[in-house]
Design a protein around this ligand. Structure first.
Ligand code: GAL
Length: 974
């Protein structure tokens, strides 16, 4: 066994550290003031003089159509220790038609900035025309599909269209920059622009932002090899960075970590942009899931808290000090927002789930964030090579602060996915001597774990020699200091601090696993990490010190809300499900937060504090010594009331009159175009692509009329649309089938369904799933949604007019019938065009029906009901609508809540069965209208059960979310 406190050359250690370069002065950037509010050097962003670890989370306001809840999510970001939030802006969400822009209601981006500001989060804006993000057209508006010139290139048409968008969005961005008193600190130019690039395009976007008044540093998110695009030369940005999704998106194999974490990024950063901080503008926070995929629980398991430990800590080891987790709150791709590969939920297995709930990964990132927002030397480090005794198995990245002697050791398995339990020692060279750590007991890495250990660190009035437990946070609390450290339960811990006088040191604790020794001015504690949190009180070592040793799961429920941001003062509280904030008012600390059950809590606060409130109510706490208190938060007995939908009165109407031959389509657009700007080449004419006729979302009807002859034996159609699309065909009112995309022959119809002497009508309903994205900048988003081929069989010399086609999508096309709910809410179903989904639609003369349906219904069926909700004040009960269904017949469904399309259900594909109904759209204290459209893909289908239920019930400090404007049927003007 190694001797304790072996002192070696102190000066040697110090020389090694001071020989590293001093922190360079804040870098200025082109054309902007040298002393502007945002500068940087090789280590960090420096905002208003403060060095930052920018720990940011990605949030898409357009994926939560309830601005009141943006405040809730921003508070949760802050509670999980994010100090930044990154917003993509979706051009298509704001622009139904060229020249038309809407920033009202759920599109009011100002409220997203207000929410970020209220939670004290720095903002990264990513408003360049292209975002990707698994949204329709990668964020381009539907109307851009008809642009002749290429997108993401500089040409007169695309320049003008891009400038139009930038001009519209810049009106919101510019005044919200930090330079104008707002909180935007960085602005992205384009996203992952690495293929088929055009530097004039990047220049054009950059210049337009500048011209409009954007003056915060520009950034670019490169694809993560990294590729080195846009660092210098035309189109280059101020602070380059890249993204990475090391686990990929195969949630079907949720324990397979397919990629080792990167160990060469530090070198890449030093090679590519050494004068800038190392930025990961998107790092995997979860994964998206395709139609038919395994579902988001599997993604949450794949990209779990162990992943967060190993991969995020590796990023820090590689020197990253800007890290944005994509996604941190994923939300919902409601309406037609999604691109074809993903379904309605965009939960993403993110740290905060779709209904806004905490997850184990959320708690893990809170532990990490609290650490580096407390332990400041972690921000300004350089690499060193630590010595350890198991270096073939365990990789230890050494980080030495360039300003102090503090060192960090980030330990993880070389084999990232290793599940082995391995022991190791680190030789820690400190200003107090060299130590083989741990000196007693074991330091282990148990499988998929990574640890950040700290040595030689001055905290509050104390000096840490080293700790084998990870630091959560520390605080001065009046007459004593407190430090909280943690590791997995049952693991050994060793914690050493300097003391002034060996003899006077006193260690008090009730935990029998704790032992200590004092030698040569160093007090060493040895302990086992408990199932809970152990207080150890040290006196006589200078100022009194409370060491809180927590087991991992207890640590995940410790919160250190900031009470004074300028002084970085925090109080500590253990137990609650969520602590949103804490405010010191005189001798009281006022906490806001959420609990999911009656919860025992502990609080550590300065002695001056005498009382506490929780969500405005006083709580009774008992002092347990040394500034700690214990008590209980009562969950109460909330009565959350909502209608049982199986007992509701449902109204039913059939909804596919277009399938019948006598339907009057004379006011539909004639599909008579012979040219298209699509990248999909047609086989026959006329062009049957919905976008060419101004229909860009949802269901599309096509009706073709042809004069029968004795030769015509049938017809042939080729459908071109995204993954998970479906199309259903009728001839003269007879169902011919429901299909996936591709080619279909309809033969041998002569003498049966085809009238050889009269007019014949083909009706097709196409269920689209959005447009592709433009990841490669090759105009792939212009792939057609419709038919590349329509021809009669059995006739030669067919002319292009052998079938006369008409087409119908959403009412009004680009001139939206419902601008409030916007361009992705409605498609072209008869019921959508006639407002059947809206509150107040007079369904009195509809038949009564029940759900689960007892009859087989063909075509499209609509069901409507109203239901009541009552969530008591002070509680949050995020609600959902869940389908339970064992139907063998294929059908698709659209779910409309108060007129908003919040779900696309595909009983034949899955995996999603549960749909989030966000408060704000959902009236949680009153009446709601539910409309469900059922589209039988097979000849007939029956909808199963639909169940209204909360994901969970929380006693909650959630901010009030106002109801969004939900126009009713009588407000409809078209
Ligand atoms: C990135 C892209 C994001 C998103 C992500 C996957 O490459 O920048 O927009 O698509 O992949 O979810």
């Amino acid at each position: 066994m190694l001797l304790k406190g072996v002192l070696t050359s102190i000066s040697l250690a110090i020389t090694a550290i001071t020989s590293t370069s001093a922190v360079p002065v804040g870098h200025s950037f082109e054309g902007r003031q040298e002393d502007g509010p945002v500068t940087w050097d090789t280590h960090n962003l420096i905002v208003n003089g403060e060095r930052l670890f920018l720990f940011s989370g990605e949030f898409h306001y357009y994926r939560l159509p309830s601005p009141g809840l943006w405040f809730d999510i921003a508070e949760k970001f802050k509670a999980l220790e994010f100090n930044g939030i990154s917003f993509y802006f979706d051009w298509g969400y704001h622009s139904p038609k060229k020249g038309v822009y809407d920033f009202n209601g759920v599109r009011n981006v100002q409220k997203a900035f207000d929410a970020a500001k209220a939670a004290d989060l720095h903002v990264i804006t990513r408003a360049g025309p292209y975002i990707n993000a698994e949204v329709d057209c990668g964020g381009f508006p539907g109307w851009l599909v008809n642009q002749y010139d290429m997108a993401r290139k500089s040409n007169p048409e695309n320049d003008a269209n891009s400038a139009e968008w930038l001009e519209a969005i810049d009106k919101f961005l510019v005044p919200n920059q930090i330079t104008k008193g707002g909180n935007i600190i960085l602005n992205q130019i384009d996203n992952e622009y690495a293929d088929n690039v055009d530097e004039n395009y990047m220049e054009m976007i950059k210049n337009k932002f500048k011209e409009d008044g954007m003056d915060v540093p520009t950034i670019f998110n490169d694809i993560g090899s990294p590729n080195g695009n846009w660092i210098t030369g035309p189109g280059s940005v101020d602070i380059y960075g890249w993204d990475s999704y090391p686990l990929g998106f195969d949630c079907a194999n949720p324990t397979v970590w397919q990629n080792n974490r990167s160990t060469h990024w530090r070198d890449m950063h030093e090679l590519l942009n050494p004068d800038q901080p190392f930025a990961l503008y998107e790092f995997q926070g979860g994964a998206f899931d395709p139609w038919g995929g395994p579902g988001y629980d599997a993604c949450r398991q794949l990209v779990n808290e162990q992943y967060a430990k190993v991969y995020y800590k590796n990023n820090y080891g590689q020197g990253a000090t800007i890290q944005n987790l994509y996604m941190t709150y994923g939300g919902t791709s409601w309406g037609g927002l999604a691109k074809p590969s993903v379904y309605t939920s965009y939960d993403y297995g993110a740290p905060i789930s779709e209904p806004g709930l905490m997850t184990p990964k959320g708690y893990e990132v809170k532990l990490q964030g609290t650490f580096f927002h407390t332990v400041k030397p972690f921000l300004t480090t350089e690499r060193f090579e630590p010595k350890s005794d198991n270096s073939d198995i365990i990789l230890i990245d050494g980080l030495a602060d360039v300003n102090t002697n503090t060192k960090f050791y980030i330990a993880q398995h070389w084999d990232t996915a290793s599940e082995e339990k391995d022991e190791f020692h680190i030789t820690m060279e400190t200003s107090d001597g060299t130590f083989e750590v741990p000196q007693d007991g074991k330091l282990i890495l148990n499988g998929r774990d990574a640890k950040i250990l700290t040595s030689d660190y001055d905290f509050n009035s104390h000096h840490l020699v080293y700790s084998t437990s990870e630091i959560f946070t520390h605080q001065a609390m009046g007459s004593h200091d407190v430090i909280l450290v943690y590791a997995y339960e049952e693991e050994d811990g060793e914690f050493a601090i300097k003391v002034k006088n060996d003899k006077r040191v006193k260690v008090e604790t009730e935990d029998e696993s704790v032992s200590h020794s004092v030698d040569n001015g160093i007090l060493t504690l040895n302990y086992k990490h408990p199932d809970g949190t152990t207080p150890i009180y040290i006196s006589g070592a200078g100022k009194d010190l409370l060491v809180l040793v927590a087991g991992y799961s207890s640590a995940t429920r410790w919160w250190a809300p900031i009470t004074d941001a300028k002084k970085n003062e925090r109080v500590l509280i253990q137990g609650p499900y969520l602590v949103r904030s804490a405010e010191v008012k005189g001798r009281t600390v006022a906490f806001k937060g959420d609990i999911d059950e009656t919860t025992d809590i502990q609080i550590v606060a300065p002695e001056s504090i005498r009382s506490f409130t929780w969500n405005g109510k006083e709580i009774s706490m008992s002092p347990t010594g040394h500034g700690t208190w214990s008590g209980t938060l009562d969950f109460g007995n909330p009565e959350v009331k909502y209608t049982d939908l199986s007992e509701a009165t449902w109204k039913y109407s059939p909804g596919a009159p277009e399938s019948q031959p006598d339907f009057d389509d004379s006011d539909w657009i004639k599909a008579n175009r012979t040219k298209s700007n699509s990248v999909t080449i047609p086989d026959t004419w006329p062009i049957l692509y919905a976008d060419d006729y101004g229909y860009h979302t949802g269901n599309i009807w096509f009706r073709g009329t042809f004069q029968g002859t004795s030769q015509i034996t049938g017809f042939n159609l080729t459908c071109h649309s995204g993954a998970a699309s479906a199309w259903i065909v009728w001839l003269n009112g007879h169902y011919l089938g429901g299909f996936d995309v591709g080619n279909q022959d309809f033969t041998n119809l002569n003498g049966t369904l085809i009238d050889p002497e009269g007019e014949n009508i083909i009706s097709i309903l196409l269920w689209t799933t959005g447009h592709e994205d433009d990841w490669n900048a090759d105009d792939n988003y212009k792939q057609a949604r419709g038919f590349t081929k329509s021809e009669l069989l059995g006739v030669s010399n067919q002319t292009i007019w052998s079938i006369d086609w008409r087409i119908q999508g959403n009412l009004g096309g680009e001139d939206l019938a419902d601008p409030v709910r916007g361009p992705y809410n409605e498609g072209g179903l008869f019921g959508e065009r006639n407002g059947w989904h809206l509150p107040g639609f007079p369904d009195d003369d509809w038949e009564e029906a029940s759900i689960p349906e007892s009859e087989n219904r063909t075509g499209v069926s609509w069901y409507r009901t109203t239901f009541e909700m009552d969530i008591p004040q002070g509680y949050d009960a995020p609600m959902s609508l869940r389908f339970e269904d064992d139907s063998k017949a294929r059908y698709r469904s659209l779910v409309f809540l108060n007129g908003w399309q919040l779900g696309r259900y595909a009983n034949d594909l899955g995996p999603q069965t549960q749909y989030y109904l966000p408060k704000g759209i959902l009236n949680t204290s009153g009446e709601n209208t539910l409309a469900i459209a059922v589209i039988a893909v097979d000849e007939a289908a029956q909808i199963g059960k639909v169940i209204l239920e909360p994901y969970t019930i929380l006693e909650s400090g959630i901010p009030e979310a106002e109801l969004v404007e939900s126009p009713s049927y009588s407000d409809r003007t078209q």
